[in-house]
Ligand binder design. Structure first.
Ligand SMILES: *Cc1c(COP(=O)(O)O)cnc(C)c1O
Length: 401
């Protein structure tokens, strides 16, 4: 059995292994919801972690909190032994309040840190932070963080990644010597190398190339007398690219790091957050017309690209698949339809697809909604898209209150 709860004491018990459609139908039958719903399957996080360790057994994931900073997700991750990639004071405070051990479980992975961030790093005793230039080294030296160990983020990207970081981050090869020299001068400790080849990586060989480059930096760091011991392979993983990515990573590590004493970590965001959330919305408008002799139907949903579909603004490879809710629905004849969001923004189009005839007031669900959606949603146009009702699925056994 699994248990679905909200944050106000409502709950519903369901047999495990129900489809998303069946789960939402049961939820909507049991109670009326005025808002859109995002359903967090907290119970699934353990399975995702298993999947991770199956292919990358020696690489500890440090979840990129920005991807979905839900406190129940973070809390469950703490109990599963997952670490965290934090990039701001607020994210540090979030994982701290979820009982993460800042020293062992956190890397501060924003290369450029504000004074507010530096103060939080100091107050909370963060052990590792990334950086990529001499200016940042000097800033950190001036601030005075004698216990902080720095990890040099190098430039290596997948040009084909759906969201490439391009030149925003990473020290290029011609910077490396300068950086190590300056660190020696300033008495700053460099402990390792990091990279982040992109988000939703397509050319998974980029991981191998980055590990090869990390090997060069590693040697250089040792020549300058640093105790290099941390390799951070960044994020970019999806369920689709994971097998290929893991193969490239394992090949790189075997070739370049198998003889070394090294702790290897990673910073996955999407891989952990994407598949654990499903969302459901209502159809608030419909328009049927004939264009060039063909029936076309447009639907307007209660949420869109400036809300819970925010990731569509950045990732062109995501194709949402609407699931029409209601008994005996979803198997009828389909026509070419376009699903739009509710704002006045012309870009607010969710998907064009074959979709069964539906009515105003019908509910539509979507799977794989957990990454960079809720985190980026706003109430643009005065439509409350950022305040969706959140429901959580727990395994019956793990519910204690
Ligand atoms: C955002 C981010 C990640 C996570 O990226 P995903 O594509 O969600 O896996 C990892 N590392 C850094 C430094 C990031 O900024």
């Amino acid at each position: 059995m699994s248990k679905i709860v909200d944050q106000e004491g409502w709950s519903l018990e369901l047999e495990a292994n129900k489809s998303t459609k069946e789960i939402f139908e049961a939820i909507l039958e049991s109670r009326n919801f005025e808002n859109n719903i995002s359903l967090y399957d907290i119970a699934k996080l353990g399975l995702v972690l298993e999947k991770w360790y199956q292919l990358l057994p020696s690489i500890r994931p440090f979840y990129a909190v920005k991807c979905n900073p839900d406190p129940f997700v973070v809390s469950r991750m703490v109990s599963l032994g997952i670490g965290f990639d934090c990039a701001s004071k607020h994210e540090l405070e979030l994982v701290k309040s979820s009982n993460a051990n800042i020293e062992n479980d956190v890397i501060f992975a924003q290369t450029i840190k504000s004074n507010r961030d530096l103060a939080a790093i100091s107050n909370l005793s963060v052990k590792y932070a990334t950086f990529d230039c001499v200016e940042e080294l000097r800033k950190i030296a001036n601030f005075g963080l004698p216990n902080l160990k720095l990890v040099l983020r190098i430039f290596e990207i997948d040009e084909k990644a759906i969201l490439s970081f391009r030149h925003k981050f990473g020290a290029i090869k011609t910077d490396w010597v300068n950086i190590f020299e300056e660190a020696v001068k300033l008495g700053i400790d460099i402990a390792g190398v990091s990279f982040n080849v992109g988000s939703r990586v397509k050319d998974t060989n980029a991981y191998f190339r980055a590990i090869r480059a990390a090997d060069e930096v590693w040697n250089l760091g040792e020549q300058y007398g640093f105790n290099m011991h941390l390799l951070d392979i960044g994020g970019g993983f999806t369920f689709q690219n994971f097998e290929n990515a893991a193969e490239e990573i394992n090949r790189g590590i075997n070739q370049y790091f198998s003889e070394r004493k090294v702790q290897i970590i990673s910073e996955p965001g999407i891989f952990f957050a994407e598949t654990i959330v499903s969302s459901c919305f209502s159809i608030v408008g419909k328009r049927s017309r004939i264009i060039n002799g063909e029936n076309k139907v447009d639907y307007f949903l209660s949420d869109g690209l400036i809300g819970t579909f925010s990731s569509l603004r950045f990732y062109s490879d995501i194709i949402p698949k609407p699931i029409l809710l209601g008994r005996n629905r979803g198997e009828g004849q389909k026509v070419l339809s376009t699903l739009y969001g509710p704002t006045c923004n012309g870009l607010d189009k969710i998907v064009e697809c074959e979709f069964e005839d539906a009515e105003i007031g019908d509910m539509v669900a979507f799977e794989n909604m957990g990454a960079y959606n809720q985190a980026l949603a706003t109430d643009f146009n005065g439509i409350p898209m950022a305040s969706n009702t959140k429901l959580y699925i727990f395994e019956q056994d793990s519910v204690t209150n």
